[in-house]
Ligand binder design. Structure first.
Ligand SMILES: Cc1cc2nc3c(=O)[nH]c(=O)nc-3n(C[C@H](O)[C@H](O)[C@H](O)COP(=O)(O)O)c2cc1C
Length: 205
């Protein structure tokens, strides 16, 4: 941890949790954190029968509507989100000893938004989105590379967005900010986003 952490109290936390998130997110570049580390978040989903699953995805944007990530809609996470739209995101930013937990429900972003992001990606990533059968049992590297070659030939430089690839936006219902402090006297503030934003100071934990 680089600087002494500031208190997380009702007086210091921004009354709008999305602004508070923005403040903490902006602190990361001044603490020398790479974009990949800053945007890596654990996405937890649960299948219809309640079995949980988690994996890392990259946050590709956030605003008042929520937090956006991109993936293969046919992946395990895609299937679970189709069955149960409730999900949880967790950021852990080790250099500043901070954690943010965001709970809410997920919906697909618009086709236009997915297409816009897809076309901003490097050519290899665009072809990879066609070639990779995310979460499927891996056949062989050679098989995957063969599919990559085939799609490269098929599309050249004009790779369309695969219909099974796109974004999700998690609309937060609750955001909990956790600031590590010495002697395990950690600060925890949960902000519930209902009509009015209500921040509750929690016991250390
Ligand atoms: C640093 C990092 C970033 C990742 N970013 C993404 C991402 O943005 N989207 C994605 O679909 N998978 C991403 N992955 C791969 C996922 O963690 C996961 O293995 C993959 O999406 C399949 O997940 P699923 O089978 O649970 O659906 C990333 C993995 C790592 C380690």
């Amino acid at each position: 941890m680089t600087d002494a952490p500031s208190d997380l109290t009702k007086a210091t936390v921004d009354p709008n949790p999305l602004r508070q998130f923005e403040k903490w997110y902006q602190d990361l570049s001044t603490n020398g954190m790479s974009e990949q580390d800053a945007t890596s978040m654990t996405l937890a989903t649960a299948a219809k029968d309640g079995s949980p699953c988690a994996r890392i995805v990259l946050m590709k944007g956030f605003d008042d509507r929520g937090f956006v990530f991109y993936t293969n809609y046919n992946s395990r996470k895609g299937i679970e989100l189709a069955e149960n739209a409730r999900a949880c995101l967790l950021f852990y930013w080790s250099p500043v000893w901070r954690q943010v937990r965001i709970e809410g429900s997920v919906e697909k972003v618009s086709d236009e938004e997915s297409a816009q992001y897809f076309h901003s990606r490097p050519l290899g990533s665009k072809i990879g989105a066609w070639a990779s059968k995310q979460s499927a049992v891996f056949e062989s590297r050679a098989e995957l590379e063969k599919r990559f070659e085939e799609f490269s030939w098929k599309f050249g430089d004009n790779v369309p967005r695969p219909p099974h690839w796109g974004g999700y936006r998690l609309k937060p219902a609750t955001i909990e900010f956790w600031q590590g402090r010495e002697n395990r006297l950690h600060d925890r503030t949960a902000c519930t986003i209902v009509c009015d934003i209500d921040c509750v100071k929690m016991e250390p934990g």
